[in-house]
Design a protein around this ligand. Structure first.
Ligand SMILES: NC(=O)c1ccc[n+]([C@@H]2O[C@H](COP(=O)([O-])OP(=O)(O)OC[C@H]3O[C@@H](n4cnc5c(N)ncnc54)[C@H](OP(=O)(O)O)[C@@H]3O)[C@@H](O)[C@H]2O)c1
Length: 267
């Protein structure tokens, strides 16, 4: 079968656990070959062996710390150089949920490194290749905390706001081409990220936490529907339109070249 006729290889970062592990399962079930990326090589190998046995697809693993420049470059090169890559799920991410003054510099840096720097460089590698082939799909995992900030999420929300703004721009860049870019904004989902963030999932309000399988299945349904932005847990889709319209309207209103009247009154 020619490359064009196959689903190709999906690269999933953060595939050793949580949402990434479910993405790997669902994409293998659809018939994608996989390249799985995360730090924990043993877990990646377990996931890979199970998916090979269950679905008969090719699964490669690449153990890499996306916060380390050399490892990030290895993964970027693997994405850019392999012409079979048709899909990148930029999913790896982490959070420390605490006020900034109670967050260590190392925790701050790792959120910037993985949530922003790695996502941006891998998007760059994938989109350059996809645009050259006029084919490919990039999925960036943000968060509802990318458009709403809690007193304990300043840094995490800042990193996810980058994902929102960056990915919205990429969508404009690929408009009218064969390349697709989806922005996924999950709300609280039951994965290890909570325990690792310092807030156990048991501390969240009842009825607010989605199962990881449901989150990924909804995100993939959104991709199949051709959605640019998928909010797996938001029932009223009109809220998103209102939000993006209001943001465009505010930007439009800023294009006046003059200080607003309320600032002139006191000058
Ligand atoms: N769960 C939620 O409530 C929620 C809500 C909104 C958005 N999200 C976003 O969803 C994505 C997936 O999170 P999750 O909930 O599935 O978290 P998770 O269960 O903690 O999984 C995170 C994954 O990222 C990988 N990872 C973390 N740091 C890495 C690094 N330095 N290098 C390479 N891989 C790294 C981890 O693998 P290793 O430890 O093996 O490296 C793991 O596979 C993240 O971007 C997160 O911000 C989650």
């Amino acid at each position: 079968m020619s490359e064009q006729a196959t689903l190709g290889t999906a690269v999933v970062t953060g595939a050793s656990a949580g949402l990434g592990k479910i993405y790997a399962d669902r994409l293998a079930r659809r018939g994608h070959d996989l390249l799985l990326v995360a730090r924990r090589a043993d877990l990646l190998e377990e996931v890979a062996a199970s998916l090979r046995a269950t679905y008969g697809v090719k699964v490669q693993t690449l153990a890499a710390d996306l916060a380390a420049a050399g490892d990030l470059e290895r993964v970027s090169k693997a994405v850019a150089a392999d012409p079979s890559v048709t899909l990148l799920i930029n999913n790896a991410g982490l959070s420390t949920l605490a006020p900034v003054a109670l967050t260590t510099s190392a925790q701050l840096q790792s959120m910037l490194d993985v949530n922003i720097n790695a996502l941006a460089h891998l998007s760059h590698a994938a989109l350059t290749a996809f645009k050259a082939r006029n084919r490919g799909t990039l999925v960036n995992i943000g968060s509802v905390l990318g458009f709403y900030t809690l007193p304990i999420s300043s840094i995490y929300s800042g990193t996810k706001a980058f994902v929102v703004a960056f990915t919205r721009g990429l969508q404009e860049e690929v408009a009218g081409t064969g390349v697709k870019v989806q922005l996924v904004l999950p709300a609280a989902t039951a994965t290890d990220i909570w325990e690792l963030s310092g807030v156990p999932v048991s501390a969240l309000a009842e009825g607010t936490v989605m199962q990881a399988e449901e989150c990924v299945d909804a995100a993939l349904a959104g991709l199949d529907l051709g959605e640019a932005i998928t909010l797996p847990s938001v029932n009223d889709a009109a809220l998103l339109t209102g939000f993006t319209d209001a943001s465009a309207k505010l930007f439009g209103a800023s294009q006046t070249s003059k200080p607003a009247a309320r600032y002139l009154a006191t000058a």
